[in-house]
Design a protein around this ligand. Structure first.
Ligand code: NDP
Length: 287
């Protein structure tokens, strides 16, 4: 199960034995009618892992791009996520069927609970997780995981269910390194996927990062993405700009020296560096 999907990018073995390319392409905030084009550029560049979500409204564009590319479905790793309004088991089952329909595929490689929503549904994300276990058991989700889960949410799944999530997809970049959640994952076989790996561009003007990038002859985005790769994070930077899509893929012909990696480690601002919502209180349900 560790056969590379593409030789260009290393794969990581998940706790269920399946392999995920460590670098992928994220499509959050890409309008539905632009997604097929952007994903096509990514696939041409060599990406074989795309991260979408029902909430992004662009699963269809991802599926269309994969089919139009002529690349075997089995050679592209596709992740999608359960939207916040769909946590009740019967609703989750219908939403998952719709995700597969939009993707035009009879399976998804990885399916995640997008947010834990501990203040909604009576705090019950456990039944939602059990519903994802059904999707894994029937083979329509090859792997299942969670996103934006805090340690206490993960502990609850461990205490009350059978399946350890394959991944936890969380906000993680140099200014917010989410160290405790990452450490819990590492200790419990849950791989960390880093969303907003370049903080949606907010780290790109950083003086320390610019100094490293200039010295290595790389862009700041490449330095930060390489830092993620060396830490073992799974990343999928988003861009609609073909030159950036290509730049973000060119991470495997250089390495950060330990001293430079440590300088980036030192940029962590802890909770103050969090840019997105706090999962403990986030309760957004799209209309
Ligand atoms: P990113 O950290 O990937 O940043 C994307 C932004 O950076 C865009 O504005 C893009 O601009 C710009 N950019 C990309 N590459 C470069 C570059 N080389 N140089 C300069 N600017 C660049 O943010 P995202 O929030 O998109 O995170 C990545 C992915 O993570 C998402 O697409 C999604 O798949 C996932 N995600 C998951 C969440 C969750 O709750 N589970 C939440 C948020 C994201 P442009 O497109 O104009 O080129």
């Amino acid at each position: 199960m560790t056969t590379p999907l593409s030789d260009a990018v290393p794969t990581i073995e998940l706790n269920d034995g399946r392999a995920i390319p460590q670098l992928g392409f994220g499509v959050f905030q890409i309008p539905p009618n632009e997604t097929e084009r952007a994903a096509a550029v990514a696939l041409e560049t060599g990406y074989r892992h795309i991260d979408t979500a029902e909430m992004y409204g662009n699963e269809k564009g991802v599926g269309d791009a994969v089919r139009a590319s002529g690349i075997d479905r089995a050679d592209v790793f596709i992740t999608s996520k359960l939207n916040n309004g769909f946590h009740e088991p019967e609703v989750a089952r219908k939403a998952f069927a719709k995700t597969l329909d939009e993707l035009g595929s009879d399976y998804v490689d990885l399916f995640l609970i997008h947010w834990p929503l501990p203040t909604l549904y009576g705090g019950d994300f456990v039944s939602t997780w059990r519903t994802l276990e059904e999707f894994k058991a029937d083979g329509r989700a090859r792997s299942i995981g969670v996103s934006n889960f805090q340690i206490d949410h993960l502990e609850r799944l461990a205490a009350e269910t059978e399946t350890v999530p394959a991944v936890n997809q969380i906000e993680l970049h140099p200014y917010f390194q989410n160290a405790d959640v990452v450490a819990y994952g590492r200790a419990n076989g849950i791989h960390t996927e880093a969303w907003a790996p370049i903080a949606q561009g907010k780290v790109l003007g950083d003086r320390a990062l610019k100094e490293i990038a200039e010295r290595l002859g790389k862009s700041v985005a490449q330095v930060v993405l390489r830092w993620h790769i060396q830490r073992g994070n799974i990343v999928f930077p988003k861009s609609v700009t073909p030159a950036r899509i290509k730049e973000n893929f060119a991470l495997f012909d250089f390495e950060l020296e330990p001293g430079d990696a440590e300088k980036i480690d030192a940029l962590d601002k802890g909770e103050a560096g969090r840019d997105g919502p706090n999962p403990d209180v986030f309760a957004y349900v799209p209309a």
